[in-house]
Design a protein around this ligand. Structure first.
Ligand code: URA
Length: 219
């Protein structure tokens, strides 16, 4: 019988990323309301370098519809765009990074509400935070790429309140980890309604991915 992790439970201390994913995918988690949504399949923890050998991570916001269906982060439209962006400079997210999200369950919006997902609430982000902490503890990344504002504000809360315009492209070194901030690919997709904004995001992302490649070459 499945035993989802409850808010009152101590968070299990996992020995590996494989164990962490197996527990969350197998038993699930009900620490926050997202884990109680009947419409979703459950936690969707990681994809890519689960061995942790690369010591690099990409952290996004939350799984969407396709990610929830496949139980695999960044496998929907934003993930496919991310793959294309990284491939432009010879990087392969699946091979070169461990891929995960601030929030492990899809923040689902009921049909008819106009949108498919909502931005995870601060409380939901907070309750999921111990899992990212463990992912970082186990993986011991030397590089973390943060995609979008939610990832930045969750992982580097001291940067809260700054605009993505001022954050993107920044390299931050903290406690032996280098952080690199990029515009979330979903923001580029959403900007397609505004051609000027879309062009701006694409140009900035092109600059940023080349800067990331250079940063990785110096590793
Ligand atoms: N898919 C993910 O897994 N994370 C995001 O942030 C967006 C899409």
């Amino acid at each position: 019988m499945r035993q989802p992790i409850q808010l009152a439970d101590p968070i299990p201390q996992f020995g590996s990323l494989v164990q962490l994913r197996a527990k969350l995918h197998g038993d699930g988690c009900q620490r926050c309301t997202l884990g109680f949504q009947p419409e979703i399949n459950g936690c969707c923890v990681s994809r890519g370098d689960i061995s942790g050998n690369t010591r690099r991570m990409i952290i996004g916001e939350a799984p969407g519809k396709e990610e929830d269906a496949k139980r695999s982060p960044f496998t929907g439209p934003a993930g496919r765009l991310m793959d294309d962006i990284f491939r432009c400079v010879g990087l392969e997210p699946e091979r070169d990074f461990y891929l995960g999200n601030v929030v492990k369950c899809r923040p689902y919006l009921p049909k008819g509400s106009g949108k498919e997902n909502f931005t995870p609430k601060v409380e939901q982000q907070k309750l999921c935070r111990p899992f990212i902490d463990q992912e970082i503890r186990i993986l011991q990344p030397k590089l973390i790429v943060l995609l979008g504002k939610i990832a930045v504000e969750n992982v580097l809360p001291e940067l809260k309140g700054q605009t993505m315009g001022s954050l993107r492209g920044r390299v931050i070194k903290k406690e032996d980890i280098t952080y690199f901030i990029m515009i979330h690919p979903a923001a580029i997709l959403h900007a397609s309604r505004d051609p000027d904004l879309e062009l701006q995001y694409k140009q900035q992302t092109w600059d940023d991915i080349r800067a990331l490649k250079i940063l990785m070459e110096k590793e």
